[in-house]
Ligand binder design. Structure first.
Ligand code: TRP
Length: 460
């Protein structure tokens, strides 16, 4: 590992060196000016990076279907950190995405020791009731339990064939003493992420997974596995353009024109190439160099953008020929709000966060005793100014409670200059948080009857 950062999705120590994370793991920064109706979390740079979001934006701008999938472990109470994920799901839903949310009960069982029965209770009372309160559209949202969706587990097994312990060791730092629950959980999660693409679950379309950056190892794993299953690879051609290559595997060699004697079955191979050529013709490429024997087609005039356009047709062809035809999932990543005590936010440490069911007095107490970026004395605060970057009250307004950008900017400037005092910032935070919690409370009771509907397709 050298001095590289490693991300352990189950650890409470997360790196916050986001620039390094982007560089080391090959994420792309988000330019929010390219987004339709950017959310305050985009405008504030909190959702800071992505993989392949262009596929989703492309589908959106050409009115084609796209989906969003995420998952939450039902291991405690739903808090502000969890809410951030659902806010993002809701934003994608407003832009036209269909929504699937996994209740990661198998993961909670395997990694937190919560029984499936307890998971169900927690999920219903603490999570799904809040999804309803936060305004997800029940007509366009499917919530399911990992334990009751067989296809997800089946995929976990099938996809498991495309990886091995060394890869999991490299990604997660697993060793000989790693509990196998921790080995299985990422494969089930790969099943979660992949399954909305299956024909029974909406079919081939871009699926975006909004998560905290701690979940990126799972996305790296899933993306790697998905591309290993692909029958047709599209790569850069050395002399310019693109090249499509056959990826011959155990279960597709006959279909791709390898005879039982291991030699090329020319008839078969040529018919595959006819189909590939016709796809390329449909995309307007007449100058192509097919080499059926070698298993490749060069397209000198194609650009990287053409790759995005050609790939769906290749995946469709793969499906027609009996393959899975999987697109790598897209993803977006958000930064974490600081915990209220200065430690990491966590449901097992209640003073670090605010729960969505928290009563106002208790919230007030937490904000009042939260970590502040103010100076020790009033005189020093007026003279030197406070530091909003480490001030919980300001940070929570920024992440959760103040949706008006110019109001937020005023608070930031006022705090930095010393004009706004720590107590005042806390008071403003408490006011805004009260409004928020009261609203969520009200919506939770108003929408309680929807909880069952969110689960209508759980075990299909
Ligand atoms: N591993 C996630 C967590 O720790 C939960 C999860 C399960 C998930 N399946 C998922 C997240 C699929 C995103 C996509 O909370």
């Amino acid at each position: 590992m050298g001095d590289g950062i490693s991300i352990d999705p189950w650890s409470s120590n997360q790196s916050t060196d986001y620039d390094r994370i982007i560089e080391q793991f090959g994420l792309e920064s988000i330019d929010y000016s390219l987004l339709p109706n950017p959310h305050m979390l985009h405008r504030r740079g909190i959702i800071f990076a992505h993989r392949d979001l262009n596929l989703v934006l492309g589908a959106h701008s050409s009115n084609k279907p796209f989906g969003v999938l995420t998952g939450l472990m039902p291991s405690g109470k739903m808090h502000l950190g969890h809410k951030m994920v659902i806010d993002q799901v809701k934003w994608f839903q407003e832009q036209g995405a269909d929504v699937t949310i996994a209740v990661a009960d198998l993961e909670a069982l395997a990694t937190r020791g919560v029984s499936l029965k307890e998971c169900r209770r927690i999920a219903l009372e603490e999570y799904i009731s809040n999804y309803a309160a936060l305004g997800l559209d029940v007509e366009k949202t499917e919530v399911y339990f990992q334990s009751s969706r067989p296809v997800v587990q089946r995929l976990g097994f099938m996809l498991g064939k495309r990886t091995n312990l060394s890869e999991l060791e490299a990604i997660y730092g697993f060793g000989g003493d790693t509990n196998l629950g921790h080995v299985q959980a990422p494969l089930v999660q790969a099943g979660d992420i992949i399954h909305p693409q299956l024909d029974d679950f909406g079919g081939l379309r871009p699926i975006v997974v909004p998560v905290g950056v701690d979940q990126d190892p799972h996305l790296r794993l899933t993306r790697g596995i998905a591309s290993k299953t692909n029958w047709f690879n599209v790569n850069k051609r050395k002399a310019g353009g693109l090249v499509i290559g056959l990826s011959i595997q155990e279960d597709n060699s006959a279909a791709l024109g390898i005879g039982i004697d291991g030699r090329i079955d020319r008839g078969r191979r040529n018919s595959v190439f006819d189909k590939l050529s016709s796809i390329l013709k449909n995309h307007g490429f007449s100058d192509i160099l097919p080499n059926p024997k070698h298993g490749s087609i060069e397209i000198p005039g194609a650009t990287q953008h053409d790759r995005d356009l050609i790939r769906p047709d290749l995946l469709k062809l793969e499906r027609e020929m009996g393959g899975l035809g999987l697109l790598q999932p897209s993803s977006t990543y958000h930064q974490f709000a600081m915990g209220m005590t200065g430690d990491k936010m966590s449901s097992s440490n209640p003073d670090t966060t605010i729960f969505l069911t928290e009563d106002i007095e208790s919230m007030e107490r937490k904000v009042k005793s939260s970590f502040s970026g103010g100076q020790p004395t009033l005189e020093e605060h007026r003279r030197l100014g406070g530091n909003p970057d480490i001030d919980v009250a300001f940070q929570y307004l920024k992440y959760f409670f103040e949706s008006d950008d110019s109001a937020l900017l005023e608070l930031e400037k006022g705090y930095r200059s010393g004009e706004i005092l720590t107590g005042q910032m806390k008071k403003i935070c408490i006011e805004k948080a009260s409004e928020h919690l009261n609203n969520i409370n009200e919506m939770r009771s108003q929408n309680a009857h929807l909880v069952a509907d969110f689960l209508a397709n759980d075990s299909r």
